[in-house]
Design a protein around this ligand. Structure first.
Ligand SMILES: C[S@@+](CC[C@H](N)C(=O)[O-])C[C@H]1O[C@@H](n2cnc3c(N)ncnc32)[C@H](O)[C@@H]1O
Length: 277
């Protein structure tokens, strides 16, 4: 049954539809139905707390890389006046195709590539059907939500068309971009207040004073071919400043006192920064 024809007043229908999907976010759809996301409810609760979102009542919020929409729906729940959920890549992709794709790679002895880089997946991407947006749409209907989905590469998002926002959520997206400075410039152009930036980050022992970004030519970071860059804190703050933000506050930085050691590997962590226009 497609999402538009679901009787959302019937929890058994909602639960059955949710069970058919492969979720990234665990979203409480009400009446006892919680989607079984790769990000579990406790993990999301911890993330949410660490982001220290400001009071969102009456604010406009842009959620870049919304995926299944957990943060968009949370912003709406907290009273945001307007929430725009923007995504593209995972919304175009049928998640259940991934095993088929990986089997094809093995058969061709070719390393898998990010969805938006390969001929194979370009052929299977479905920009008209948007199969990967089904989960977001299901949650939106079940919640009776008014968040506005925008199918777009945020790198091409025009502030004159989509507007500028009091709060921009840029969570888990920076390291997926090929050009982090251009990405943060785009985020700045869509912001008129606060941008909440959460990202994969690294620190090279003994090199905290040098702005460094580690590059991942293939799937070196977590086996994921869509990861390109990981900045250290100095580089992240420098990029944020160079992108046009006036001030930034680090909410989550590297673990303290990483001792310098010759030949040491980067220490990986997730950084959270509030950046102000
Ligand atoms: C790791 S997920 C993060 C999801 C969510 N923001 C969170 O933190 O739980 C990255 C998301 O960013 C989206 N994304 C990556 N690059 C994008 C781009 N250029 N434009 C729009 N969405 C993008 C992906 O499709 C995916 O949904």
């Amino acid at each position: 049954m497609d999402v538009d024809h679901l009787d959302v007043t019937d929890p058994s229908q909602v639960a059955a539809a949710a069970e058919r999907e492969v979720w990234f976010h665990s979203i409480d759809l009400g009446r006892g139905v919680v989607t079984r996301g790769q990000k579990t409810p406790p993990a999301l609760a911890k993330e949410l707390e660490a982001l220290r979102l400001p009071d969102l009542a009456g604010k406009s919020v842009l959620d870049i890389g919304a995926y299944d929409g957990f943060y968009s729906f949370e912003a709406e729940r907290r009273g945001a006046a307007r929430v725009v959920s923007m995504d593209l890549h995972v919304w175009q992709l049928e998640t259940t195709l991934a095993p088929e794709y990986l089997a094809d790679c093995v058969a061709r002895n070719a390393p898998p590539q990010p969805p938006y880089r390969t001929e194979w997946l370009r052929w299977r991407l479905d920009p008209a059907g948007m199969p990967g947006k089904r989960r977001f749409d299901l949650a939106r209907r079940a919640l009776g939500s008014r968040v506005e989905p925008v199918v777009q590469d945020f790198m091409l998002a025009d502030p004159l068309a989509v507007g500028t926002f009091d709060v921009v959520l840029f969570l888990g997206v920076l390291y997926h971009t090929q050009n982090p400075l251009a990405a943060l410039q785009r985020v700045a152009s869509l912001s008129r207040g606060l941008a909440v930036i959460e990202t994969e980050a690294m620190e090279m022992p003994g090199a905290a004073d040098t702005a460094l970004c580690e590059f991942f030519p293939t799937n070196e970071l977590n086996g994921d071919y869509s990861n390109w860059w990981s900045p250290n804190l100095r580089a992240l703050l420098g990029l944020i400043q160079a992108a046009g933000f006036k001030r930034s506050e680090v909410l989550q930085g590297p673990p303290p006192a990483i001792p310098a050691r010759a030949g040491a590997a980067p220490v990986r962590y997730r950084a959270i920064v509030h950046a102000y226009r």
